[in-house]
Design a protein around this ligand. Structure first.
Ligand SMILES: [Zn+2]
Length: 111
């Protein structure tokens, strides 16, 4: 997995954990640890390319999961086939090492 996408996937994991933790605290559970998660998030975002980060933030408003894997040449977010051209470098939708799905726009990672 490309470095940039790996960081975005890690960021997504942290965001999911933060959301879960907030929900638990709303229900009255005092689990703590939210501060540590926020700190980890801040550290991670400082290491992510600005354009990729803005793209992620925009997508995560629209989707629960902004970063999805490609399995059997299909985007797992929308199940559409990912064209061969997108699996290679040199595509104009490619910003550094971030590739997005042509159908739903989610950030793709190839496993
Ligand atoms: Zn898609």
């Amino acid at each position: 997995m490309a470095d940039g996408v790996q960081r975005l996937a890690a960021l997504q994991d942290i965001d999911v954990m933060i959301r879960e933790r907030r929900k638990e605290e709303e229900l009255g559970f005092q689990l703590g640890g939210l501060e540590d998660l926020e700190k980890a998030r801040a550290k991670l975002t400082s290491e992510i390319d600005g354009r990729a980060l803005r793209l992620y933030e925009r997508l995560s408003k629209r989707y629960d999961r902004a970063v999805v894997p490609v399995i059997d040449h299909r985007c797992l977010g929308c199940s559409m086939a990912v064209p061969t051209s997108q699996r290679k470098s040199g595509d104009d939708r490619r910003t550094r090492d971030v590739v997005t799905c042509e159908s739903c726009g989610r950030i793709l990672f190839f496993i």
